[in-house]
Design a protein around this ligand. Structure first.
Ligand SMILES: [Zn+2]
Ligand SMILES: [Zn+2]
Length: 374
C-alpha cells in the first residue's frame, strides 16, 4: 500500500521542496489477535504531526505518521469484540487497555499500556505490522498511522461511528474535536455563563471555541496572531477577538471580561502563551493547557497565587476524553448543528501533496486539512 513515511527530522521548509514525508510503497501485515484492518477513508493533518516532522516531539524513526483518521473495518483479527466488518470507525490515538489503574479509574487517556506502546511506536500489545519495501520495520504513530491506504490497529484504538458521516468530517473527531471540545467539557468543566478565553486558533483551539460556545460560555474570547483566524472565531461565536501581536494580551483579556476569565484554554504549545493565559484568568480561575511545548521548555508562576488566589493549572491530553463516550456525543452535537466543525476544514488533498499541506499548516494558512483516499 502507499503511505507517508518520515525517515529523519529537521528538514528545511518549504516541505513541498524538501519532502520530509516520503510517499512509499510499504507492507502491512494482517491483524493479530485483538486487532483490525481498516481501509482509511480520510486523515487529518495535525500540528503534533508537524512537531514530529520538525523534531520538537521526538519519536522513534522511521515512522508512518498520521493520528487523526477515519475508515472502514475490512478485516478482523481473532478475538475482536465490539467491531464488525463494514463498521465505520474513528481512531483514538491513545489505545485503552481497559485493565490498568487509569483505565479502571475512568481516565483511559492515561492508559499505561497505551502510553508505553505509543512511546515505543508499536500497537497496544507491543507488536508492529508495518514494513518497508526492503522488509525493514516501520514504527506506528500513536497506534494509528493514518497517512496510508490501510491501517492495522488494536481494536482498542477504534471507535465505531455513524456510517453516513462524510469521512472528511469524521476524521476531525479523532484529534481536533476530541481534544479541543474535551478540554472545555471534561478538563475545565465549563458551565453556562462562565467566561472562557482560547489562546491559539488552530484546529484544536477553534474546536475548544466551538465547545465553549456549545456550553454557553460568555464572554468568549479568542486570541491569535492571524487575522483570518480571528475573523473566523468571531463567526463561530467569539464575543471578543484579540490580536496577540498588539500590546499586553492578558491585560486586554482582563479588560474585556471585567477582571479576567474563569477558564483560559491554551492550545499553542508555547510556554510564553501559557504564561499569558494564566495571567488572563481571574482570582479562582483555571488555566487548561492543551498544546505540546518541546520537552525542554519550563513554565513558572508566582507560587503564592495558587493558594491565595485559588488559581489552578491543569494539563489536558486528548481532551481528558473517554473516546467511546465522547466521540459519539460530539458527533451527535455536530449533527444537531451545535458543533459546526465543518467550518474548520479548509483543504482536502491527495496523499502525494501532503508535504505542501504541512507548509500550509506551519504558515497558518490552513486550519484543518484532510487527505482523502479513494
Ligand atoms: Zn492531533
Ligand atoms: Zn489501560
Amino acid at each position: 500500500m502507499r503511505a507517508a513515511v518520515l525517515r529523519r527530522t529537521g528538514a528545511t521548509a518549504p516541505y513541498a521542496a524538501s519532502r520530509p514525508l516520503a510517499i512509499e510503497t510499504v507492507q502491512l501485515q494482517p491483524p493479530g489477535r485483538g486487532e483490525v484492518r481498516v481501509r482509511v477513508r480520510a486523515a487529518g493533518l495535525c500540528h503534533s504531526d508537524l512537531s514530529v516532522i520538525d523534531g520538537s516531539r521526538p519519536r522513534p524513526l522511521p515512522m508512518l505518521l498520521g493520528h487523526e483518521a477515519t475508515g472502514e473495518v475490512v478485516e478482523l483479527g481473532e478475538g475482536v469484540s465490539g467491531l464488525r466488518l463494514g463498521d465505520q470507525v474513528v481512531f483514538s490515538f491513545v489505545p485503552m487497555c481497559g485493565h490498568c489503574d487509569p483505565c479502571a479509574c475512568g481516565r483511559p487517556v492515561l492508559c499505561e499500556a497505551g502510553a508505553a506502546a505509543n512511546a515505543a511506536g508499536t500497537l497496544l500489545d507491543g507488536g508492529a505490522r508495518l514494513r518497508d519495501a526492503d522488509d525493514a520495520p516501520l514504527h506506528h504513530h500513536l497506534g494509528v498511522s493514518g497517512f496510508a491506504e490501510y491501517a492495522v490497529v488494536s481494536g482498542h484504538s477504534a471507535v465505531r461511528i455513524d456510517a453516513d458521516l462524510p469521512p472528511s468530517i469524521a476524521a476531525l473527531f479523532g484529534c481536533a474535536v476530541m481534544t479541543g471540545v474535551g478540554a472545555v467539557v471534561n478538563t475545565a468543566g465549563v458551565r453556562p455563563g462562565e467566561s472562557v478565553a482560547v489562546f491559539g486558533l488552530g484546529g484544536v483551539g477553534l474546536s475548544a471555541l466551538l465547545g465553549a460556545a456549545a456550553c454557553s460560555a460568555w464572554p468568549l474570547v479568542a486570541v491569535d496572531v492571524v487575522p483570518d483566524k480571528l475573523a473566523l472565531a468571531r463567526e463561530l461565536g467569539a464575543s471578543h477577538c484579540i490580536d496577540a501581536r498588539t500590546g499586553d494580551v492578558a491585560a486586554q483579556v482582563r479588560e474585556a471580561t471585567g477582571g479576567g476569565v474563569d477558564h483560559a484554554i491554551e492550545t499553542a504549545g508555547d510556554e510564553r502563551v501559557l504564561a499569558a493565559a494564566y495571567a488572563a484568568t481571574r482570582r479562582g480561575g483555571c488555566t487548561v493547557t492543551v498544546g505540546l511545548p518541546a520537552p525542554d521548555r519550563m513554565f513558572s508562576v508566582p507560587a503564592v497565587g495558587l493558594v491565595a488566589e485559588e488559581r489552578t493549572v491543569k494539563g489536558s491530553y486528548m481532551g481528558s476524553a473517554v473516546p467511546r463516550r465522547d466521540i459519539p456525543r460530539y458527533i451527535a452535537l455536530h449533527r444537531a448543528g451545535r458543533l459546526p466543525v465543518e467550518r474548520l476544514l479548509t483543504h482536502t488533498l491527495a496523499l502525494d501533496d501532503i508535504n505542501a499541506g504541512f507548509d500550509r499548516l506551519a504558515s497558518g494558512e490552513a486550519i484543518r486539512q484532510v487527505v482523502l483516499f479513494d
